[in-house]
Ligand binder design. Structure first.
Ligand SMILES: C[S@@+](CC[C@H](N)C(=O)[O-])C[C@H]1O[C@@H](n2cnc3c(N)ncnc32)[C@H](O)[C@@H]1O
Length: 247
């Protein structure tokens, strides 16, 4: 398994520079982000007007881009990490270097704001949510996925997942995980009624992928289906949110 390559504090964004070569490897350290991007994009309907804008907060290397193809959005990605933004730009994303808590874009500019696997990395996630909602035009759609602030989440997403090839070691600081109820309340305060659902990798796909990945080490796992992200009954670990801004 790959880790961040040097000793950095948990959630230190410099880990993304150390792992820059991993983003677009479908079976690399960020493999699960590919599966999650596909599931997130499924929440985004085709654009209903020309020049529709999707703002992807914490876009990383733009893994959402291929899954938005044909939906009719201009895809703007905001991220702290320049090495990731360069790759996002190479995949057609308009790259903006900025912080999720102070996004350098205008109020109401976005038809869709996506926040995939970012809120649990931001020390002030409430501020990032306020920014996401600020960017949405009335009627605009907020889609997100993140990790819940529960003991089960800390066990599965940190203690276990970081020992497997699914999650880079040290990438999460569990103290930043996002309480689902608090997130819903925060969004409501900004005019977005968020609906949540739990998600997880499908078990047969994940077991097959892990078996191939552990067998082949750090090389590509080659043929075989990528695990699918499927809905699950509980939001206790990983969850998606979807809500429309009123007004
Ligand atoms: C787990 S990755 C998710 C990337 C992308 N959303 C995806 O799902 O492929 C987290 C990303 O958030 C970025 N990030 C972390 N803290 C940030 C902040 N405060 N503002 C903007 N980006 C941030 C990192 O640079 C990294 O690219």
């Amino acid at each position: 398994m790959r880790d961040a390559g040097r000793t950095l504090p948990r959630n230190d964004p410099r880990q993304y520079d150390d792992l820059a070569g991993e983003w677009w490897r479908p079976d690399g350290a960020f493999a699960m982000l590919h599966w999650l991007a596909e599931a997130r994009a499924a929440l985004v309907p085709p654009a209903t007007r020309p020049d529709a804008l999707l703002v992807d907060i914490g876009c990383g290397a733009g893994l959402l881009a291929p899954h938005l193809a044909g939906k009719g959005y201009r895809h703007v990605g905001v991220d702290l990490t320049r090495s990731a933004l360069r790759q996002a730009a190479a995949h057609g994303v308009t790259a903006v270097n900025g912080d999720a808590t102070a996004v350098p874009l205008a109020d109401g500019c976005a038809d869709v704001v996506a926040a995939g696997e970012i809120l649990e990395h931001v020390p002030d996630w409430r501020r990032a949510v306020a920014e996401a909602c600020r960017l949405l035009r009335p009627g605009g759609l907020f889609v997100l996925d993140t990790l819940n602030d529960t003991a089960l989440s800390r066990l599965l997403a940190v203690r276990i997942a970081e020992r497997l090839p699914t999650v880079p070691r040290g990438i999460h600081d569990p103290r930043l995980f996002v309480d689902a109820r608090a997130l819903v309340a925060e969004c409501a305060g900004h005019g977005v009624e968020l609906r949540l659902r739990g998600i997880r990798p499908g078990v047969p796909g994940l077991v097959g992928w892990l078996a191939r990945r552990l067998r082949t080490g750090d090389r590509s796992v080659g043929t075989g289906p990528a695990p699918r992200i499927v809905p699950t009954w509980s939001t206790a670990v990983l969850y998606q949110g979807r809500g429309v801004r009123s007004g």
